[in-house]
Ligand binder design. Sequence first.
Ligand SMILES: Cc1ncc(COP(=O)(O)O)c(C=O)c1O
Length: 495
Amino acid sequence: MPNASLNIKLQRESEEPLYRQLIQQIRAQIDGGDLTAGARLPASRSLARQLNLSRISVVNAYSELRAAGYLSAQAGRGTFVARDRASSQAAQPQPPAPGTRQRATSIRQMMRLARRPGVIDFSGGAPPSEFFPVRYLQEAINQVIERDGAEALAYEAPEGYGPLRAAVRDYVRAIGIDCRVEDVLITGGAQQAIDLVLQSLLRDGDTLVTADPTYLGIIDIAEARRAQIHGAPIDEDGIRIDALENALNHLRPRLIYVMPSYQNPTGHLMPLHRRRQLVRLAARHRIPILEDEVYREFRYDGDELPPLKALDESGIVIHTNAFTKVLLPGIRIGYLVADGPYQERLARVKQAADISTPGLNQRAIHLLLERGVLAKQLERNRLELRRRRVAALAAAQRYLPAGSRWTAPGGGLFLWVELPAAGPSAAETFIAGIGRDVAFAIGRLFYTGEGGEQAMRLNFGIHQPAVIEEGFRRIGAAWAALVEEYGDVERRAVL
Ligand SMILES: Cc1ncc(COP(=O)(O)O)c(C=O)c1O
């Protein structure tokens, strides 16, 4: 088995983190044929010493290259240039995703480590399961079956169960959206709602504009539906209007996707003036906006703001929300509110997708709404999540590295943290954190292009205050150990 002779030149002044430079250079040498299939790479410890890098950087680079199919590991024998790379690529119907998305895929694979038992996991997007109104649901299901019998288990209308559509109409009217029952379409969660909108409005290769960073799910859907996705930069008020306008002028997108309330992943709340500017701009360009309001009801302070759909005079805003985050994610009930011209096509795409959302689930949710379970639940969620937010902010202050930046979210489940630019990246910190049984979402995942190397998203909502404190302590310790290791390698190099 030949030993690979690596030719790596790292630029320490570059903005590109060192482990990324390492990945790129190894990849280039494999792609260029300088490293051949089966060649053995140096052990991570010796390569780290040779390059004056932390070992974790090398481990991290090898793990990303493995996930991307460039390398393979054989237990006890070492790391090798993968043999089946060329053939596995040839079997793909499409060329591999461009570099940035491929990288995100490998980060996702890395993040599976978060699911190991015993890990304090801040990485997911789910609400806490102890909030789920399980007993109420059980009663509601029993009652629906008693009341409606087989009808509750038949095919439902593709647009949704009539009384639930009416309840949604009333619910959104209360926040300023003037709509009719016919404007409401029941979906399988907000995720399906987004997918249906993309399928209805975009054809292969069409462009969709969102913010960068954005919800990971929209990146996935765009990829699955072969849409181009462009991320416009944000500021603390959300998507930047100048950047968006530029994108509208140059890319001629078919859709704008935003989360005005407590954006995932940053937690930003779009203020009223920005909401107005956004709707006006989209109307001027006649480009529809899909607003995703799944975090709207997780509001801890400040006044309630109108959704974009309430400010929409030309019918170009499509509104989605769901009873998933606030009640029961697994019951999969969400909805779209859209004006007439969009409705017919949406209903057709919905029917093609799954005929209808399960009638039993729709009826059970309808009963929970009628009985005021949602209102009670929201109040309870808010009180408890506020307490957890306080714990997260205190723990961030106490344990996260000096020089980290974050803003206190006014709502939502997430804290978005930027680690100091000069230190270890979020991916490096993640790997070191896994060793200490803690995990978070690596910021890079949420970018459509470059960015987010130092960022992490922490779902503080999912844990009790004491667990939050312990988890943040572990992250801080993981980061400090990396810095110590960098220092150690530098000291050794000097000796
Ligand atoms: C912004 C956003 N939209 C949509 C979804 C999907 O939610 P649902 O469970 O309603 O499909 C999520 C879930 O994480 C989300 O964060």
